[in-house]
Design a protein around this ligand. Structure first.
Ligand SMILES: [Zn+2]
Length: 340
């Protein structure tokens, strides 16, 4: 299904958004070359992050809200906020009913070891939306729609606790910097995301008169805009630290008893089992997932090798039953939808 793939990163050709030229290099890598030639900024330093944290320290019961899914990146964020930066965080987990036991156990062990308060928001309210996506075979990426709603819920929770700093586990491959220092930096207009973002927007537009889902936000920009009213920002320590997040695994295992999930997509990363279904459909509709976009950025930054990315992105779902996952969303006709 995938035709040409960039020989530098792992993005496939996806007309008209991503083109691979005669030398085998994609348009996103070419754009990056052009920008790098102009950009003399070495990127943010950890000292910038520390300075930013001081603005939020000691303002209330908690200094920050940490989005913690139990994956390595968000668990590392929680660890750093507490131990490295001596902040007083509140941990926040969102569970649609698909979080793996391993992920939830990681959250529980980490918050206990670090003596951090934890809020777990359990809700199955989005399953009806996922069912609609599946039954109508829309090209909406489940993870994309979910991440937008998760972000809104996170801002609402932070606001309820009077917290203005949200900390995520996003890597440099997910540099959607939504801070006040770079207003408007966050954008779903990047060529890698433009088609996925359009599909989500068009789907959400069909929900506007629906009493149950009428207020679902259509874009991350919309959520960020709403959050500005409560002057809440999102940051990730991984944007400021020089090393790849992979290098924190040993420390997390030793200090917090963190365990990698036995099976995940991409390998060694994720925590929500619905992610398998979302990734399978994203591969079917686009030939790539948001993980291909993230890892391609990490490759360009020299933080991951292309071989490592290809190995981890190999769509080997083993005994994961995609039809059963669809059925758990209430979708009764998934077999043909899942067929590529
Ligand atoms: Zn490329």
């Amino acid at each position: 299904m995938v035709g040409k793939r960039c020989t530098r990163c792992v993005l496939p050709e996806f007309e008209p958004d991503i083109r691979v030229d005669a030398e085998g290099v994609c348009s996103v890598c070419r754009d990056q070359d052009a920008r790098a030639a102009l950009d003399r900024d070495a990127g943010p330093l950890e000292s910038d992050f520390v300075r930013l944290l001081e603005k939020y320290r000691g303002k209330g019961k908690y200094d920050c809200l940490v989005m913690c899914s139990g994956g390595k990146d968000s668990t590392a964020s929680l660890y750093f906020m507490k131990r490295r930066y001596r902040m007083n965080p509140l941990a926040f987990t969102f569970d649609l009913g698909f979080e793996t036991e391993e992920a939830l156990a990681n959250v529980s062990r980490a918050t206990e070891a670090l003596d951090v308060d934890l809020i777990t928001h359990k809700s199955r309210s989005m399953l009806g939306l996922f069912r609609r996506i599946l039954e109508t075979d829309k090209r909406v990426v489940i993870c994309h729609l979910c991440s937008i709603s998760y972000m809104r819920l996170t801002f609402e929770t932070a606001s309820r606790y009077g917290i203005r700093l949200v900390i995520a586990g996003w890597t440099k491959g997910q540099t959607a910097r939504m801070d006040d220092a770079t207003p408007g930096r966050y954008s779903s207009n990047a060529p890698e995301y433009v088609s996925m973002a359009r599909a989500t927007r068009e789907f959400v537009a069909t929900l506007r008169k629906d009493p149950e889902y009428g207020d679902v936000p259509a874009t991350m920009e919309e959520v960020v805009k709403r959050s500005r009213r409560s002057r809440c920002i999102v940051q990730s320590p991984h944007w400021y630290l020089p090393e790849a997040t992979e290098s924190h695994v040993e420390m997390l295992t030793r200090e917090l008893g963190w365990q990698a999930p036995k099976r995940s997509y991409p390998a060694g990363s994720t925590n929500c089992s619905l992610n398998f279904l979302s990734s399978a459909l994203s591969l079917k509709h686009y030939g790539f997932t948001h993980y291909h976009v993230e890892m391609s950025k990490l490759i360009r930054l020299g933080l991951m090798s292309r071989d490592e990315a290809l190995r981890r992105l190999e769509p080997d779902f083993g005994d994961v039953d995609l039809v059963d996952l669809a059925a758990q969303c209430g979708c009764s006709a998934p077999a043909e939808i899942l067929a590529s």
